[in-house]
Design a protein around this ligand. Structure first.
Ligand code: AVI
Length: 337
């Protein structure tokens, strides 16, 4: 991978007008100025990056759902197996009638599978894409009419300001799917510390964390034979085109996903198939053939390190459930005073 980069921070006045038709056709999907700035800063950095949160537009969310069905992608299945086998114990540890706050709720299926056991007093589905969550909630309200449900559109990776109508009592943050792994350990600590503050005096966390395992299993999970993960990763460029008005041509990029053992994480990148120049209003960049855009990290923890991370963030891990065949941990952690 090349480390040199050529970027334009200030484009000539005509560049915005010549940005691709895709951006103009999608002018109604306006990115806020902060998102545009975040995207252009990331793309302009010497090691180009796109935050993984941009993987989840409507199509990206559907592709992620498809990933969860893949034989190679074990986390969803493994975690669901733990919930199924240990559901009663998990419910006992969490208690009933909580305020269940589902972070990155997506199609809400994981939380809904626990409703009969947990019987939450309130269910708050938090996700960056409210369109997806609202559809899921409409279906769930029919099945569980007695549960007070609300959708909250929030990029909770950068802050967790909950509105006043979210009950303050017995908050149980639900963070399944090993999404914590998409933060660096330092970001994860900062995130968990913020979460601890939102817990109040009697709050807790139910979290799923993927654990380190064989490189061959991890490589296959993040570069599946059918190419669904590749489509999921490449789709981020379509999303960026709409948000930023850039002119990425997906055909000129390929998906790369692998386990970096020394770093303890899976990395996803998009690699330029050929040299090219990409423009966006106010900027642009040359990419050399083989140059990569880093789109995601997925850290795989050792169990003791995961528990240590929770402790450093103001939680006490009270119960841990694992899968003997495929290392994955579901942890109940109580907020410490
Ligand atoms: C959402 N997150 C936990 C997934 C993961 O495994 O890191 C996202 C994903 N990326 C590629 N496949 C799945």
């Amino acid at each position: 991978m090349l480390t040199t980069c050529t970027t334009e921070r200030q484009a000539p006045a005509g560049v915005a007008a010549t940005a691709n038709a895709n951006a103009n056709a999608n002018a109604n999907e306006h990115a806020g100025a902060h998102l545009t700035a975040e995207l252009s800063d990331g793309l302009g950095a010497c090691q180009a990056t796109i935050s993984p949160k941009f993987l989840y537009d409507a199509l990206g969310s559907k592709l992620f759902e498809a990933i969860c069905e893949l034989p190679e992608y074990y986390p969803t299945r493994t975690e669901a197996g733990i919930f199924e086998r240990h559901g009663h114990e998990i419910a006992r540890a969490c208690g009933m009638h909580t305020t269940l706050i589902d972070l990155g709720a997506g199609n809400c299926a994981k939380a809904a599978s626990l409703f009969p056991l947990l019987r939450p007093a309130q269910y708050v589905a938090v996700d960056i894409s409210t369109e997806f969550v609202s559809e899921a909630l409409a279906r769930l309200r029919l099945r569980f009419p007695h549960i007070d449900m609300r959708a909250l559109g929030l990029d909770f990776s950068s802050g967790l300001a909950l509105p006043a109508d979210v009950r303050a009592e017995r908050r149980l943050f639900f963070y399944p799917g090993s999404s914590l792994g998409n933060f660096t350990p330092a970001e994860a600590r900062a995130f968990l510390t913020r979460l601890r503050k939102s817990c109040g005096a009697d709050g807790a966390l139910l979290i799923g964390i993927d654990l380190a395992k064989d490189k061959a299993i991890l490589d296959a999970a993040y570069d599946d034979a059918l190419g669904v993960t590749a489509a999921f990763n490449l789709n981020v460029l379509r999303h960026v085109n709409r948000l930023l008005g850039s002119d990425f041509d997906i055909r000129h990029w390929r998906h790369v996903g692998f386990y970096h053992e020394a770093a303890g994480r899976v990395e996803m990148h998009l690699e330029a198939r050929e040299a090219q120049h990409v423009r966006w209003p106010g900027g642009g960049r040359d990419f050399a053939a083989g140059e990569r855009i880093h789109t995601e990290n997925s850290y795989k923890y050792r169990q003791a390190d995961a528990i240590g991370l929770l402790e450093q963030s103001g939680f006490e891990a009270t119960r841990v459930w694992t899968d003997a065949r495929c290392p994955f941990a579901v942890i109940h952690a109580q907020a410490l005073a």
